[in-house]
Design a protein around this ligand. Structure first.
Ligand SMILES: Nc1ncnc2c1ncn2[C@@H]1O[C@H](COP(=O)(O)OP(=O)(O)OP(=O)(O)O)[C@@H](O)[C@H]1O
Length: 288
């Protein structure tokens, strides 16, 4: 399998936070959702990928190129599109101004494509960025990221704070983007329902460590919520328990088990999981 992004043993140590030996592989032609609680290390990982922060150790390969090798810097910049949850352009620029500016910087800047997105997202060409709504700014940043025809898109909370209609529109653009098998996306988001809709893979970072990295289908098939009494909790094999929510009388338990093994747990009430459930239960695990 060919990978758009390969992270091996990435370590970044801040005084009170450790990004601890992160490993992640994003196959070409796919979308990976990067989930985790606030402060889990998602942005730190994305910044390390982009060399915005200096990693302590580990290797990052983007489209097969070593991201730390200065010789690859220009190639990587041209082939990676980035959207953060903030605006990086001067407030007194408009779409036409940004187009002129980007056209000088990126040899593969596609003006026609840029204005197609601007039109599709209904962004007025002459309006200053400072007059944009939050949704307009995000759509504008996404148009810019796509217009230099990148092969890999890195999106850090690129749809946060947007209404469902706008998010839907943007998710469709991301799905269109990866139709070409050469294109791939790593997207961090707290809106797990969006990720369930578009992602092929999910990677879950918790307190600086990757605790899950699987296909979305595998995750949703192999994780279940068991509802049971506190007494019957003790009868469960602890090796399949991934998290427990207890109330005064009963327990809800996150279980990892292949669907064909569920037969032996007929006495339990079993529910399907969402990505949000998986996050909530794993996050709670250490409180037990
Ligand atoms: N420049 C820095 N100096 C020191 N600590 C930092 C720095 N940048 C980030 N951190 C710490 O690293 C940890 C991870 O932060 P990060 O921004 O990667 O989390 P995140 O998963 O993106 O969270 P969120 O969902 O809130 O955006 C936090 O504890 C944060 O305080």
């Amino acid at each position: 399998m060919e990978y758009a992004l390969e992270i091996s043993n990435l370590v970044k140590n801040y005084s009170d936070f450790l990004l601890d030996n992160v490993n992640l592989k994003l196959p070409k032609g796919s979308i990976m959702g990067f989930i985790g609680e606030n402060g889990a290390g998602k942005s730190t990982t994305i910044k390390a990928i982009l060399n915005i922060i200096k990693k302590d150790s580990g290797e990052i390969r983007i489209l097969g190129m070593n991201a730390s090798d200065p010789e690859n810097e220009i190639q990587i910049k041209q082939q990676v599109g980035v959207v953060f949850d903030e605006n990086h352009f001067h407030d007194l620029l408009n779409a036409k101004g940004v187009n002129r500016f980007m056209n000088k910087i990126y040899p593969n800047w596609n003006q026609e494509l840029f204005f197609q997105y601007i039109k599709k997202f209904q962004i007025p060409e002459n309006k200053f960025i400072k007059e944009f709504s939050r949704g307009m700014k995000m759509k504008f940043n996404i148009s810019v990221a796509l217009a230099h025809e990148p092969k890999l898109l890195l999106l850090d909370e690129a749809t946060s704070g947007l209404d469902p209609v706008v998010r839907n529109e943007i998710l469709d653009v991301f799905l269109d983007f990866i139709q070409d098998e050469e294109h791939s996306i790593l997207i961090s988001s707290h809106i797990t329902s969006d990720l369930e809709r578009i992602c092929d893979y999910i990677t879950f970072v918790h307190e600086g460590k990757i605790i899950l990295s699987k296909t979305k289908d595998e995750l949703l098939e192999n994780f279940h919520i068991f509802h049971c009494s506190k007494e019957s909790l003790t009868e469960l094999d602890s090796s399949i328990i991934r998290g427990i929510h207890e109330n005064r009388f009963a327990c809800d338990v996150l279980i990892e088990l292949e669907p064909n093994m569920l037969e032996q747990y007929k006495n339990y009430i079993i529910d399907r999981v969402s990505l949000e459930d998986i996050m909530l239960y794993y996050g709670k695990e250490q409180l037990l």
